[in-house]
Design a protein around this ligand. Structure first.
Ligand SMILES: CNc1ncnc2c1ncn2[C@@H]1O[C@H](COP(=O)(O)O)[C@@H](O)[C@H]1O
Ligand SMILES: [Zn+2]
Length: 334
């Protein structure tokens, strides 16, 4: 087995609805096609298309959300996504998703997250731990930790994955809707919810709309990660760095001043190589900021972003980094 597959890995930037298997999306589209609710050939064309600009990606998400927004489907995709990450030896997964309302399906933000939690419990292929503290110390937590081959070390010999949830605020949302998500995260923090993500189409919405909810979340001790600098917007990038999030995602469109600020603040960056190349936010890997951040010892972590939408995997990202930047081992993660 290649080292990038067998190596135990962590995944910190994965959007649930971006990580769905193509086969599942096609099956869901076919079902809605049979009911006359979508035109299957049109949807199939969009799902199997591989090169997408950033704006086309967000159109695809609107389509995916039409296919997935009922409780049963949310539970199913959560189960499958966790199984897929576990199969490639991800031992710690922070899965993020935007709590959604869908009146016609009786769904509200809380019931959406409950359906996600149901998906965590539905996994049978591996043991999913979404409550106890992950540890690499064999003396801690009764000796339960993920062995290098991904199997639990507590004698059960069942493969184990630690899963935590981040609730996403979509940039289309209002201050009130963002606050509702933060309050939900606080209520569910004893059920595996550890933080808040700000994501969505980066050309939509204003930082100040989300700030009150993000400040409240931070005060309450939730971990905050922000999609930052996916498009050039120096004013927003500065405001986001000033906020001191626990991590940021992407950091593609930074200028010299922004790099200096990021490095002095030592804010870890979630790097999504395939996503950046596919959406053309970075034109080629030769000029990707991975190399500079890695060489300057800045904390970074390789992630998939949307393994389904971009047909990638965590192992694939390690393999890609190794071939593009000449790394041969596990030294690329935080
Ligand atoms: C490509 N780069 C990206 N930039 C910004 N936001 C992204 C994204 N990829 C995904 N999302 C965010 O995640 C949602 C889908 O998962 P959930 O429905 O939340 O599970 C998208 O609608 C978008 O808001
Ligand atoms: Zn993302």
């Amino acid at each position: 087995m290649d080292w990038w597959v067998s190596m135990p890995k962590i995944e910190l930037h994965a959007h649930l609805n971006g990580s769905i298997r193509d086969s599942t999306l096609l099956e869901l589209a076919r079902e809605l096609g049979d009911k006359g609710l979508v035109s299957f050939p049109d949807v199939e064309h969009v799902i199997v298309k591989h090169d997408r600009s950033l704006s086309e990606v967000f159109k695809l998400f609107d389509l995916i959300h039409i296919l997935t927004t009922d409780h049963e489907t949310v539970t199913r995709i959560t189960k499958e996504v966790i199984e897929d990450f576990a199969a490639e030896n991800v031992v710690y997964l922070e899965l993020r998703t935007t709590p959604k309302k869908n009146v016609s399906k009786g769904m509200n933000k809380r019931s959406y997250i409950e359906a996600v939690l149901e998906g965590l419990r539905a996994v049978t292929m591996v043991e999913v731990d979404f409550l106890s503290e992950p540890s690499i110390d064999s003396q801690a937590n009764g000796g339960i930790y993920a062995r290098s081959d991904g199997y639990a070390s507590n004698g059960t010999e069942k493969k184990k994955i630690f899963v935590r949830l981040l609730l996403s605020i979509d940039r289309r949302e209002s201050t009130e809707a963002a606050m509702e998500t933060v309050k939900l995260a606080l209520e569910m923090r004893h059920q595996g919810v550890v933080g808040i993500d700000l994501s969505g189409n980066p050309i939509i919405g204003e930082w100040l709309t989300f700030l009150p909810a993000l400040e409240f979340a931070k005060e309450q001790g939730l971990l905050i990660t922000l999609h930052c600098g996916e498009v050039p917007n120096p004013v927003e990038i500065h405001a986001m760095l000033h906020f001191l999030p626990a991590r940021i995602g992407h950091a593609c469109c930074f200028g010299e001043e922004e790099w200096a600020k990021l490095k002095s603040l030592k804010i870890p960056v979630e790097i999504c190589l395939t996503s950046n190349i596919r959406t053309e936010t970075i034109s080629s890997l030769d000029i990707h900021h991975f190399a500079d951040l890695y060489n300057s010892g800045h904390p970074i972590v390789l992630c998939t972003d949307d393994s389904g939408v971009f047909s990638t995997s965590v192992s694939g990202e390690y393999s890609l980094a190794a071939s593009a930047f000449g790394k041969t081992g596990a030294g690329t993660i935080i």
